[in-house]
Design a protein around this ligand. Sequence first.
Ligand code: LLP
Length: 421
Amino acid sequence: MNHFEYGPEGLACEGVPLAKIAAEVGTPVYVYSRATLERHFTVFRDALVAAGVVDPLVAYAVKANSNVAVLKVLGDLGAGADTVSEGEVRRALAAGIPPERIVFSGVGKARREIEFALKTGVAEINVESEPEMNLIAQVAAELGVRAKIAFRVNPDVAAGGHAKIATGKSENKFGVSFAEAARLYANASNNAALEPIGVACHIGSQITDLSPMREAFSKMRGLVEQLLGEGLSVERLDLGGGLGVPYFNNPEPPSPADFAAMVGEVTKGLPVKLAFEPGRVIAANAGVMVSEVIHVHERPEGRKFLVIDAAMNDLVRPAMYDAFHDIRPVVKRAGEATYDVVGPVCETGDTFTRDRALPPFAAGDLVAFMSAGAYGSAMASEYNTRPLVPEVLVDGDKYAVIRKRPTYEEMLARDLVPDWV
Ligand code: LLP
């Protein structure tokens, strides 16, 4: 469920018409519903608790939507943060999420980032390889602290909505094998600078079938039991993110309740705390991107291009993953026309969809890209020197700009021309 519905003034986010926001903030613009963010987080966590998972750590994957206001909404409900860079750790801290709820993941953490994470005292650093473990041990020894680490295991299971976002096969760059994990865990336990607290996995994103997750989680359970059997201390099993969401063109994904029931079954009786890193399932359907039609360009042979003021730099998912986003008129129109929806960027890849049946549009109309709250603005850029797309948060009848559109002066001021040029 989400809070984007048609009212007397067209499509609205909670109590605020999108047309009102577009008029005041300009387009393109991302609009998020606080009620939807809160609902998604609560449904996810409550489903786990109902399935018998005791006190789960739900560490929201900051990469999906990293606006500090969004993080604060979730953090205030008890969310932790799954982070993959110093910048994301800083965002989580700025949102008031305590270090005890911050997980630091990522394939290539730089020395300075490890140092920052250790000084901050994050709850868990997910180790992705042996050289990384050694680097963490070295930095921790220098700082005189014991690094709490979890080993990210690559369970060699295929899953995920697109090859570019599948992470769980051994040919992918992520994590260590089960054999390596067992060996490294034992080594780390004997290293004064390291405190291994658990194991982690994340097999991919936009997963719409629970069976690969069940397979991966069962293997992870086996690993935890093996480590415990060897007398090692294991406090935590981090099962990652990846649960898919409906994008309106694909089979209904499993619900959080189905997911939680599966987790409950697979982990029953395991004496460890469970952690999760959901991103998309919390944020995707809590946001839309609103754009204005610049013009309709009809070719003599009949193809109609809907040229809008948003482009691939604002929402890259269609260009990058051939992703489908439902496109709705902000004001409903009768009739139908077939369009290629394109942006102003000078690349054929700047195409949101081809041959899509939509209501008939005219210049000045507003369109909403649905399910854009995750991996939308977080992946936006200023390509073609287009100002970074702003973000708005709605709460009932009120709204606020939570990231403003930069001015051209601000953008140009970042470039420095040396006096020898
Ligand atoms: N944990 C780790 C270690 C991850 O790498 C990711 C996502 C997540 C959690 C959150 O996964 P989620 O619950 O959101 O599926 N940009 C792509 C998605 C990339 C996902 C990368 N990792 C897209 O727009 O589809």
